[in-house]
Write a protein that binds this ligand. Structure first.
Ligand code: MRU
Length: 330
C-alpha cells in the first residue's frame, strides 16, 4: 500500500533485520520499527506491534530465520515463536516451513521466509481478484476487525476484494465494526480505507442487527485466523455474532483467507485454541489528547473484572463461502 509517495509492505526483512509498521501507534502515528533478533521479533508479535494472521505468519517465518542466523538452538527458537500467539494457523505454518528449510542451511531458511512473505502477497492479490466478482456496483459491505493490508504482508484478505472493486471503479461503501477491545476496525481498517479513498463508516460493534434490519448491508466479508477441516472458522471475537445476524437477515457471509490458513489437522472449531488476552485491554483505552500526546485512560468501573477472549468460532453452516487464491468456494 502507498503511504505518502512510498509503497510499503506491513512487514519485511532486509539482511538480518525485520522491519514492521507499528500497528500499536496507528492511526495516530506512522512509524516503522526494526527488530534485530529473534526474541525482539517474538516480543513484537506478543505485543501486537504486528498482528493479523497473514502478517504474524510472515513475522514468525522471519523470526525463525533470525534464530538460524544467530545460531540459536532451532528447537528452542521454534518453541518460543510458537508460544507467542496460539490461534492463527499461518504462524505455525510459517515457522515449521522455515524450521525445515534451516536444516539445509541458514541461507535456505532466509530464502524460505522471504518466499513465504512473497507468497502471502500473491495469495492476497488473487483473493482480491476472485472476491471482486462478489461485489456489485453500489454494494454496502460489513467487515469485522482488520483483515486488510495491515493484517497481511500486503493487500489483505477480506479487504483485498474491496480494494480491487474500488480500483475497478465500483461505488462501494464499507461499514467497519469498531472491534473492541483493541479497536482494530476503528483504528486500522478505517485508516486503511481512508488511505485508499474507499467510502466508509465506523460502526459500534453492537450495531450489526440495526444496520441489517434497515437494509443497509448487502454483503459481509471477514478474514480468518484458522479454518478447521469441517469449515468452522476462528476469527476475531464478534465474528460469530455477525454470521448469526447475516443468516437471520439472509445476507451472504463470506470468509476470505489464503490456503495457509486452512488447518486440515484440526477436525472442527472445538479443537482450535482460543487466545485469551489481558483484561486490561477491556479496561483501558489509549489515544491522543488535543496536543497529540498519547494517553491511556480507564473506561470501565474500577474494581470490576473483565473477560477478554480474542477470537470466537463461526460454525461452517453459517458461512456462505470462502474466497481463497484458488477462487470462491461455496
Ligand atoms: O488479534 P488480531 O488483531 O491479530 O486478530 C486479527 C483478526 O482476527 C483478523 O480478522 C484475522 O487475522 C484475519 S485476516 C488478517
Amino acid at each position: 500500500m502507498k503511504v505518502g509517495d512510498r509503497h510499503y509492505r506491513t512487514i519485511w526483512m532486509e539482511g538480518t533485520v525485520v522491519y514492521m509498521i507499528d500497528q500499536n501507534l496507528l492511526p495516530f502515528e506512522f512509524k516503522v520499527q526494526a527488530f534485530k533478533q529473534r526474541e525482539a521479533t517474538c516480543e513484537a508479535i506478543r505485543k501486537m506491534t504486528v498482528r493479523g494472521a497473514g502478517a504474524i505468519g510472515a513475522a514468525a517465518g522471519f523470526a525463525m530465520a533470525q534464530g538460524f542466523i544467530s545460531n540459536e538452538d532451532p528447537d528452542i527458537a521454534r518453541e518460543r515463536i510458537r508460544a507467542t500467539r496460539p490461534t492463527a494457523r499461518d504462524l505455525f505454518y510459517a515457522v515449521d516451513r522455515v524450521y525445515e528449510a534451516g536444516k539445509i542451511s541458514v541461507q535456505a531458511a532466509i530464502e524460505e521466509a522471504q518466499n513465504l512473505a512473497n507468497a502471502n502477497v500473491e495469495a492476497a492479490k488473487k483473493i482480491g481478484f476472485f472476491g471482486d466478482a462478489l461485489i456489485k456496483d453500489g454494494a454496502r459491505i460489513l467487515t469485522h476487525c482488520n483483515a486488510g493490508w495491515l493484517g497481511f504482508v500486503d493487500y489483505g484478505s477480506a479487504l483485498s476484494p474491496v480494494y480491487t472493486a474500488h480500483r475497478n471503479g465500483k461505488q462501494i461503501h464499507v461499514y467497519a465494526d469498531e472491534t473492541r477491545p483493541r479497536s482494530q476496525g476503528a483504528r486500522l481498517t478505517a485508516w486503511e480505507l481512508a488511505n485508499e479513498g474507499v467510502d466508509h463508516t465506523i460502526v459500534p460493534d453492537n450495531a450489526g442487527a440495526f444496520l441489517m434490519s434497515e437494509g443497509m448491508i448487502d454483503l459481509v466479508i471477514t478474514g480468518a485466523d484458522r479454518i478447521a477441516a469441517n469449515g468452522d472458522v476462528a476469527n476475531k471475537i464478534g465474528t460469530y455474532e455477525k454470521a448469526i445476524l447475516a443468516e437471520y437477515f439472509g445476507i451472504p457471509f463470506f470468509v476470505a483467507a489464503p490456503l495457509s490458513t486452512f488447518d486440515h489437522n484440526t477436525p472442527d472449531g472445538s479443537a482450535i485454541e482460543i487466545e485469551h488476552r489481558s483484561q486490561d485491554e477491556v479496561h483501558y483505552q489509549t489515544g491522543p489528547d488535543g496536543d497529540g500526546k498519547m494517553h491511556t485512560i480507564r473506561v470501565t468501573n474500577p474494581g470490576s473484572e473483565a473477560f477478554n477472549p480474542a477470537f470466537d468460532i463461526t460454525p461452517a453452516a453459517l458461512i456462505t463461502g470462502f474466497i481463497t487464491e484458488k477462487g470462491v468456494t461455496n
